[in-house]
Design a protein around this ligand. Structure first.
Ligand SMILES: Cc1cc2nc3c(=O)[nH]c(=O)nc-3n(C[C@H](O)[C@H](O)[C@H](O)COP(=O)(O)O)c2cc1C
Length: 255
């Protein structure tokens, strides 16, 4: 009888070797060389972390001709699989100089017009979108070994729609929106809590109105890519591109 090896779970997956060429020799960074850090970084063997994806596959004949319908199916799968925050998505924007930034926001609506999230117009992303109204989104549902990437133009949603969504939020979240000049520097946690208290006093006994600086933005997709992990890093990637006539072109991409 063999004894189970407690290290077996951590053994590299059999498909690790042919994944990629060896990394090139590091190029010395003159800044780092000149000023070595006095704070040693705790070592995590990230190079050795490796999973083999074998939960599913993605076949052209199985997907819907419309990527929004296909996306909604995958979102429903993520909800059914109890993925935490299945509507969380990374939103990438770029400023007027093309400098990119990314952060997580929540998808709050999806239909043929696009994918909607809500935020503060005065935030970094709000400024980016005012200067450069295009964005990319990434959904990552690791429990299903799936990723969806979306890109397209961004437009503010109608104020009446933002007001309806704002009214549906818990009162504390509504007050938080009033209290937070999102992405500006604050002196302390106390400053924020005082602003929340001031907002609560200001709107005591009334509904909290939609702030002028807060609302929804909708990404109108021109490209949507569905990614399903497969063994040996031979993943399935199907990308939809919207043609000028509005029809969707479906293409398979190399992983
Ligand atoms: C799971 C999760 C959900 C979030 N949802 C939102 C959201 O819907 N809207 C929002 O403005 N920020 C949301 N945030 C906070 C943003 O990631 C970010 O901190 C904030 O919007 C400021 O970003 P900016 O400085 O790039 O504008 C969320 C963060 C996490 C981790």
């Amino acid at each position: 009888m063999t004894t189970p090896d407690p290290a077996a779970d951590h053994a590299p997956a059999p498909d690790r070797a042919p994944d990629r060429a060896p990394d090139p020799a590091p190029v010395p960074d003159p800044v780092l060389e000149a000023a070595p850090s006095r704070h040693p970084v705790p070592q995590v063997d990230v190079a050795g972390l490796r999973e083999t994806y074998r939960r599913g596959q993605l076949v052209e004949t199985d997907v819907d001709a419309d990527p929004v319908v296909q996306f909604s199916r995958w979102l429903a799968d993520a909800v059914a699989a109890r993925v935490p925050e299945p509507n969380a998505m990374t939103l990438a924007t770029a400023d007027a100089d093309g400098v990119p930034s990314a952060r997580v926001v929540l998808l709050k609506d999806v239909d043929q017009a696009g994918m909607t999230f809500y935020t503060n117009a005065g935030s970094a992303k709000g400024h980016d979108l005012a200067a450069n109204p295009r964005a990319a989104l990434v959904f990552c549902w690791l429990e299903l070994e799936r990723q969806v990437r979306v890109s397209g133009a961004v437009t503010p949603v109608a104020r009446v729609q933002s007001a309806a969504y704002f009214a549906s939020r818990p009162r504390a979240s509504q007050l938080g929106a009033w209290a937070s000049h999102q992405s500006s520097v604050v002196s302390s946690r106390g400053e924020l809590e005082a602003a929340q208290t001031a907002a609560a006093e200001r709107f005591d006994g009334t509904d909290v109105p939609l702030p002028a600086f807060w609302g929804g933005w909708r990404v109108d997709p021109v490209q949507v890519e569905f990614w399903q992990g497969r063994p040996g890093r031979l993943h399935d990637r199907l990308r939809y591109r919207r043609r000028a006539d509005g029809a969707w072109l479906l293409e398979r991409l190399a992983p």
